[in-house]
Write a protein that binds this ligand. Sequence first.
Ligand code: FES
Length: 153
Amino acid sequence: MNDQLDAFLQQVQDRIFELTRREFGEKVFERWQNPLYMGDMPHADGHAKLKGTCGDSMEMYLKVADGRVVDASFQTDGCGPSIVCGSYAAEMARGKTLEELLEFSGASILRELGGLPTEHEHCAFLAAESVKAAVDDYMIKRVRKPQEERTSD
Ligand code: FES
């Protein structure tokens, strides 16, 4: 009986995976299965938590050195596509200068993914906005730091 149940559950899972691949593509599926850069970052230099119109939240953490993002991670309580978009947002932010991130947008993530179904495009924009808000947070903290601490960043 247990073997039958296991086989049935395996079939259901295989079907879900097949449908997900078909709807979102292999790249999105693979990242959903292996969401790189997901997790909190203690002592981040820049941090933001935004809530999308869908009610999901996206958190972004940045480490910055010499005006460049040297590490980034994200957290979300959102859907599969929001996990994928947060993961790509963190990946794409890594190594970029803060000036380069001024151009960063949901469209950048959608291009990288080869697009998402229309009803999930907002997930990419939420992820990109969280990167920009984390940069803003970094800049605000930097301005408030005493001059001698700023020169060591
Ligand atoms: Fe809300 Fe994806 S971020 S549906």
